[in-house]
Ligand binder design. Structure first.
Ligand code: EPZ
Length: 418
């Protein structure tokens, strides 16, 4: 429940990055000893991945660390299972990240083929083709991918398109393969670099992460490591947007401005003031919201995971904003909900034309996917009257206790039993 119209101001902390923790958890399957991930937030997706690792024989604990940081500890078990069941995979596509590690460590894997999800078909053909080039045999039976390989061998793999988890899966598989793997047209996302940092700490021989070409020289084995996970750059964009949309002044501590240049540039063009402060990013807005155009793209372009949140902001712009979603084929489900609040948005194909309106009005809304639900919360914060966002389990997948952090910035937001 959100009572809108209040300016948000103050300082909040950005959590550890969900999309860096999940691949790090998968990488722990490669290690002969425990992997500790410091700064992992308490999220549904992380709890789901912990369950999956448990099914695969690992022992996972998530508790307060000595230095106060949340420490996620994964100890590889002995009884090695290699099947990721449908009922888990269907709730979290990132489960596909265990495919590479299981193949590299066990020589086999049986993963339910992830179905589509709300935002698109999301095939994994790039993952499978790369693993086949490394010597894996794959087949599909009863909705499960079955893959096996005596020992993976290094290969030259060129991706048809930028794929984040595709790059991560093959980086992990290649780290124990025999010989050298060269990944071309690799994803440049900071989360890929964070994974490379962890794998290197575990003894892997990797270079080139953060560029189009990553070279991995396989080693015989990898040991455990302790890894400080990077800050969540999507949350680091979402929280300051709560300040910008309400005409407030919000500082997100832990945000790394260098990983969010595309968002910072659009915020500045919209009339918000964005400053790097020691250890964080500060966003203020006093004047009108200037309508700007946005086109999502692989990193370092404007992140698709911030598109819905930015559209909520642009629905209060002073003119027209053209928003193009180039990564996923169905990532405009927040549009119908924003319209219920009075937003003027027309969609044709993967482009939305947003005609800014002077004010939004609160309404009961339905969350459909993780980032769309954050967009509805932002709109509710700025709207006149009360907004009720239903099905906020979507929100809890990627944002830890968002309502508490927004309340600490002055929002009138509470979680009520449905
Ligand atoms: C990662 O998903 C993120 N998830 C997504 O965040 C993010 O939106 C996405 O990257 C894009 O940045 C995690 O890191 C766990 P892709 P991923 O493979 O890896 C197509 C969130 O909200 N493709 O980079 O699944 C695909 O359909 C989530 O936290 C193929 O066609 O995305 C898409 O159109 C949502 N074949 C495009 O590439 C493949 O084999 C990019 O997908 C792989 C991908």
């Amino acid at each position: 429940m959100i009572k809108g119209g209040r300016r948000l101001s103050g300082t909040c902390r950005v959590s550890g990055a969900k999309n860096a923790v999940l691949p790090a958890m998968a990488a722990s399957l490669l290690a002969e000893g425990p992997v500790e991930i410091v700064g992992a937030p308490r999220l549904r997706d992380i709890a789901t991945f912990s369950k999956l690792l448990g099914i695969l024989g690992a022992e996972v604990t998530h508790g307060g660390g000595a230095d106060g940081g949340e420490v996620l500890r994964i100890a590889p078990g002995d009884a090695r299972k290699a099947e990721a069941p449908y009922e888990l995979v269907k709730t979290m596509r990132a489960s596909v990240l265990v495919l590479g590690p299981l193949l590299a460590r066990q020589g086999r894997a049986r993963i339910s083929l992830p179905g589509g999800c709300a935002i698109g078909a999301r095939p994994i053909d790039q993952h499978l083709r790369g693993l086949e080039l490394m010597g894996a045999r794959t087949s599909l039976s009863e909705g499960y991918i079955e893959a096996s390989a005596d020992r993976l061998s290094g290969a030259a793999v060129t991706f048809d398109m930028k794929t984040v988890t595709g790059t991560e899966n093959l980086m992990m598989a290649a780290s124990l393969a025999k010989g050298t793997t060269v990944l071309s047209n690799a994803a440049l996302e900071p989360e890929v670099c964070d994974l490379a940092r962890l794998l290197r700490a575990m003894g892997a021989d990797i270079e080139g992460e953060g560029t189009d070409e990553i070279v991995i020289r396989g080693v015989r084995s990898l040991h455990g490591a302790r890894h400080e996970v990077m800050a969540d750059r999507i949350e680091a964009a979402t929280l300051p947007l709560a300040g910008a949309i309400t005409g407030g002044d919000v500082t997100a501590m832990g945000a790394d401005a260098s990983s969010m240049n595309a968002v910072v540039e659009k915020l500045r063009r919209s009339g918000a003031e964005v400053d790097s402060v020691p250890g964080g990013v500060r966003v203020r807005r006093e004047g009108p919201i200037r309508s700007v155009n946005v086109k999502t793209a692989p990193y370092p372009g404007f992140p698709t995971d911030v598109q819905a949140q930015f559209m909520a902001y642009m629905s209060l712009g002073d003119g027209f904003s053209i928003i193009s979603e180039t990564i996923f084929e169905n990532r405009f489900m927040h549009v119908a909900e924003l319209r219920r609040m009075g937003a003027r948005i027309d969609v044709s194909g993967n482009t939305a034309a947003v005609k800014g309106v002077p004010a939004l009005s609160g309404a009961p809304l339905m969350a459909t996917d993780l980032r769309a639900s954050a967009s509805l919360v932002l709109a509710g914060l700025a709207a006149k009257g009360t907004t009720e966002v239903l099905r906020i389990y979507h929100l809890d997948r990627g944002y830890e206790a968002l309502e508490h952090r927004l309340s600490s910035l002055g929002a009138d937001i509470t979680r009520v039993k449905e």
